[in-house]
Design a protein around this ligand. Structure first.
Ligand SMILES: Nc1ncnc2c1ncn2[C@@H]1O[C@H](COP(=O)(O)OP(=O)(O)OP(=O)(O)O)[C@@H](O)[C@H]1O
Ligand SMILES: Nc1ncnc2c1ncn2[C@@H]1O[C@H](COP(=O)(O)OP(=O)(O)OP(=O)(O)O)[C@@H](O)[C@H]1O
Ligand SMILES: [Mg+2]
Ligand SMILES: [Mg+2]
Lengths: 255, 255
């Protein structure tokens, strides 16, 4: 039983990768086996976990050349956390898959070959709603939306929900919304509270109670190639992602 | 004499739009006529200046339908600042232009029709290196790179410079680097200083001396549809973008 969760939001810099790494790591620390799929040509999740991003064996070779995904999966410092790395080659993937039959299903078909090997698979997406992100949404059971509590973040939600709807109708009827996670919350900003309230009014119970605060340690951790719980377990960043993981598991496992 | 500057960085949320709006506004306040081109389907620059983003007349109709760009230009609250708005339709533009002859030159050809009408044209790009951003780089005299002082920001630079080089070789031999602007600087973060030093070591004089600090007011201003200098002239956000404007003008006009 594997639950596949796509992290998606076309707005840039809202914490998709930071959430993929740290929610992934914190769920793994709760004794669940976790795989992170890095679907972003920027390969931030890959380097944020200390792996090189110019390897020949990557999500590029899986999606474009059809290499077996099991062959490219790498371990991380955390025993229960693995990653299928990206590489800069992935920049060309959308173009190269452009005319291919069933190009939206490449990831879905790859994940079918490892179904059951992990409790959770988190897919990190690029800041766009194009073919790579669509592959993530088509492969997933659900989508988790990291949302920064700022003005431009609110604006992009309608378009994202639109895309999710179109994927449901045309490609993946079972796609659900796992939840909305409020990220990079800055208490000094009046606007942050207003945005958080508006998101809760709109999405109700879907919004996780845990809010991830702005915390310098979260920005520093990837420069050491570590998730926050290995970099600074006592930080507010660690505390909040561990709480988010517990809330995530309780919801996903109906506890 | 118009100088066309593309704001580009494929990393998300590094301040491209915030710089397009506020450098644009601050340069306009220095008695230069400025046009902002919103090339991002998210249309953040458009809404951040208080305009609607679902209009029929937008950069979509210019790039895809060939509408005259002069017809879509709108005024803003600042007399010397205008904007060519984006719209959500632009999402489809890259696909629709996909097979078109000279699809990288659509913006360049449109800007040729208004050459000389503005002192400066700033082009806001989406967080990607695909066709819309390529149109911006092909149309521009130079590219200004907003860079956030965080780990993932450093990683993306090589790829951006690569793209600039390929545009020079194949599409726009005259493309220069206008400069690098350090944005969202958080003094509490050791990493920020290290990243800033590394950027200066690498790019030397190209890096503007003015650093834009993290300032809550900069995040609030777009929710009122205003540039920072109309929203809160006394804020550190205003002060820094005004200083950046002076530095920008001095460099661009060889003063
Ligand atoms: N809660 C936080 N506190 C402080 N810094 C954070 C926090 N969350 C993320 N960051 C930092 O903010 C930047 C943007 O975050 P991140 O890269 O995770 O966003 P993203 O949505 O994946 O961006 P992109 O759209 O480019 O993929 C990164 O430098 C990251 O380290
Ligand atoms: N110096 C700053 N201080 C505080 N907040 C800022 C600052 N600069 C930008 N912001 C806020 O940070 C968020 C990201 O900035 P912005 O949207 O300008 O980046 P971007 O590079 O255009 O993002 P995208 O890649 O999605 O186009 C926005 O909510 C913006 O209001
Ligand atoms: Mg990311
Ligand atoms: Mg932007």
């Amino acid at each position: 039983m594997t639950r596949i969760v796509a992290l998606a939001n076309q707005k840039g810099g809202v914490g998709k990768t930071t959430t993929a790494i740290n929610l992934g790591a914190s769920v793994a620390a709760c004794e669940r086996s976790v795989l992170i799929i890095d679907l972003d040509p920027q390969a931030n999740a890959t380097s944020g976990l200390g792996l090189p991003k110019n390897e020949e064996q990557s999500m590029y070779s899986v999606l474009v050349d059809g290499q077996s995904i099991a062959e490219i999966i790498r371990e991380t410092e955390l025993p229960a956390l693995s990653i299928a790395p990206s590489s800069v080659d992935l920049v060309g993937a959308e173009l190269e898959l452009g005319g291919t039959e069933r190009r939206e299903f490449r990831l879905r078909e790859a994940l079918a070959t490892i179904y059951g090997k992990f409790d959770y698979i988190f897919i990190d997406s690029p800041p766009s709603l194009s073919l790579l992100t669509i592959n993530g949404l088509t492969a997933a059971d659900s989508v988790l939306v990291p949302m920064q509590c700022e003005y431009f973040a609110i604006e992009g939600v309608a378009q994202l929900l639109n895309t999710i709807e179109r994927v449901r109708e045309g490609l993946n009827p079972a796609l659900e919304i796992e939840g909305i996670a409020l990220t990079m919350y800055d208490e000094r900003m009046n606007l942050a509270r207003q945005v958080a309230d508006e998101v809760r009014n709109h999405f109700g119970e879907k919004v996780y109670k845990t809010i991830i605060p702005r915390n310098v340690r979260l920005g520093e951790a990837p420069s050491f190639g570590k998730p926050i719980i290995l970099y600074d377990i006592r930080s507010r960043g660690s505390e909040s992602y561990v709480n988010l993981a517990k809330e995530f598991i309780a919801r996903a496992e109906n506890i």
